[in-house]
Design a protein around this ligand. Sequence first.
Ligand SMILES: C[S@@+](CC[C@H](N)C(=O)[O-])C[C@H]1O[C@@H](n2cnc3c(N)ncnc32)[C@H](O)[C@@H]1O
Length: 310
Amino acid sequence: MTNKSHYNSGLRKLVQQRRDCIEHSTAVHVEDFEKTYHALYTQDAVEFLKILPNSSVQLVLIDPPYNLELETWDKFANYLEWAKQWIDELYRVMSDNANCVIFGGFQFQDLKQGDILEVLHYTRHNTKLRLINLIVWYYKNGMSAHRYFANRHEEAIWLSKTKKYYFNLDAVRVPYDEESKRAALRDKRLIAANIEKGKNPTNVWEIGRLNGNSSERVGHPTQKPKEVIRRFVRALSYEGAVVLDFFAGSGTTGAVCIEENRHSILVDSDSSLKEYFNKHLQKLDTTKGKPFEVLEQIRITEYLNKVRTK
Ligand SMILES: C[S@@+](CC[C@H](N)C(=O)[O-])C[C@H]1O[C@@H](n2cnc3c(N)ncnc32)[C@H](O)[C@@H]1O
């Protein structure tokens, strides 16, 4: 039986457009700019969102508490009631081509309510946000278990505000190994130039978690690897875009934004964000990124004026 996935009309149109060198309608042309700005706030996420103007960010990238009771900030009487407060603000603060990534995990040990599935269900049924992908972040290192299968994945949901969301696949393609590259080049349905650029990383990402002595570590208990954040930042935002992380933790998102020439807004209720972020700054890859400026507790309207002024 024919594999129908190759006969998807939308996909065929996109492939033809690429062959004809026609730009996709969501392409963005970035004007040159001198430096990036990174604003830090010690504030509750919901309070911060309420003062953020409409359509002010192009990527929201958040790693909220997972409701696993790992830390004092990770305990909730009713997780979803709490999460609804920030979910309800997302659509408003996103620009029309914006994306939103929410990390999470599944509750698999007891009857406690609230996890990424409930966040996804609420978002789909109660907001205008559109689900684009559910990404499975798979890793080989983790805790063992005796009464259930040891967990080796976390999830991230990718939502957009409209159909005109920004997506740059070329920025995150992964190289083919020699054998699969030869096979791909023989496949007439594929574009040779794209094969040279690499393949789609798919929605299952194998990236190691940070172990205790990783050189990336800055001391935050739930720090995410830069590689995971970088893939989202590169694919779902463009240079000069404003990226918001209102559960910033150590500020990993901001560190990646500096290296990738995006502006960032980092918010955390814990004032240790500042110290952790300084440690990230000491470890930055200095071969990457434009000059940058870190601003603390700046008025949000002043910050947005700065990033809009080239
Ligand atoms: C999972 S961690 C984020 C870690 C981050 N991705 C990193 O790589 O460092 C979640 C963060 O949310 C913060 N947090 C919890 N409740 C918050 C709230 N209501 N408002 C703002 N931040 C909050 C916690 O202090 C914690 O640092």
